[in-house]
Design a protein around this ligand. Structure first.
Ligand SMILES: C[S@@+](CC[C@H](N)C(=O)[O-])C[C@H]1O[C@@H](n2cnc3c(N)ncnc32)[C@H](O)[C@@H]1O
Length: 288
């Protein structure tokens, strides 16, 4: 949905824009193509490894972008650092990037065996290891239920406590093993892996993804110039609900005009060629 996302922002040469989740720089490259000459892109990411990849992918545009290692919840400080007050467009492409998923050492994916980690910002102290091995059973159950929307949350939390009584759960493979033994037979074969929802829940909690989204989105809207647009691509219903509600509340008080009454979703062709895009929802609002 790169084309739809960047197209929805009505970019023009000379614009000052924020890619709040620059990742590998794919969207940023498209945006730079539309704001030059004269424009400037601020690319932000909580993961400094992502910025190294973006730096390399954007080198052709040297001098027209600035990369900042920051969580978008701290947008004000990051923009102050860049000497920017107001923006002509903001893009937020939420979640984790394919680089992060494919980097086995980060522990994001059930596909690879790695130490339990899942931090987007490797400088942060809380990791999935602490969460899985130190949190109380009722807190784990609550996290798995709320952020994973997992029906078997009690059973999975119980199995984690049982397993870690013997020795700490150190790796993604050990954690998937515990979950599979606890609920594997209850999942219909072939749909999603029984560990997927629990992994999603732990990732969202470790990175406080929903808290960061609320703060970052509110601050982004405040920074838009009149007529400037914000486009948010989310990947699960918890994120989409926050975006939908914040756009709706902001529109009620006359702060924005909602451009997408219904979210845009990927075409059938895109969903087939890029299975990870299947759950994507794109919403756009314009500062009134
Ligand atoms: C789906 S990827 C973005 C991919 C990017 N649009 C591209 O074209 O390559 C999401 C990125 O956002 C970053 N991220 C997620 N939540 C963040 C947050 N709260 N603050 C800053 N960066 C965040 C992740 O580290 C990841 O690199």
């Amino acid at each position: 949905m790169i084309g739809e996302a960047v197209g929805s922002l009505n970019l023009k040469p000379g614009f000052v824009v924020l890619d709040a989740t620059v990742g590998g720089g794919g969207h940023a490259k498209e945006m730079l193509g539309k704001i030059l000459p004269g424009g400037m892109l601020i690319g932000m990411d909580a993961d400094e490894n992502a910025l190294k990849i973006a730096e390399d992918n954007l080198k052709y545009f040297q001098g027209s972008f600035r990369l900042i290692n920051s969580n978008f919840r701290d947008l004000d400080e990051a923009l102050a650092k860049a000497g920017i007050n107001f923006l002509d467009a903001v893009l937020m492409d939420l979640g984790i990037s394919s680089y992060q998923i494919e980097d086995a050492s980060r522990g994001f994916s059930i596909k690879f065996d790695a130490r339990l980690d899942m931090r987007m910002d490797p400088a942060q102290t809380l990791s999935a290891y602490e969460l899985v091995n130190k949190y109380k059973e009722k807190d784990l159950a609550q996290i798995i239920r709320t952020f994973g929307e997992e029906r078997f949350y009690r059973r999975i939390a119980g199995a984690i406590i049982e397993a870690r009584r013997k020795r700490p759960i150190e790796t993604t493979r050990e954690l998937t093993g515990v979950i599979h033994r606890a609920v594997g037979s209850r999942y219909k074969r072939g749909r999603i892996d029984p560990a997927t929802r629990t992994f999603q829940a732990f990732r969202i909690f470790v990175n406080d993804e929903l808290g960061a989204l609320e703060k970052g989105l509110r601050k982004s809207i405040e920074r838009l110039k009149v007529g400037a647009r914000i486009c948010v691509i989310s990947f699960h219903s918890l994120e989409d609900r926050i975006v939908k509600n914040m756009f709706r509340e902001s529109s009620k008080i006359g702060l924005v005009r909602i451009i997408t009454k219904k979210p845009l979703v990927p075409s059938r062709e895109e969903a087939i060629s890029n299975p990870r895009s299947r759950s994507a929802k794109l919403r756009v609002a314009e500062r009134a």
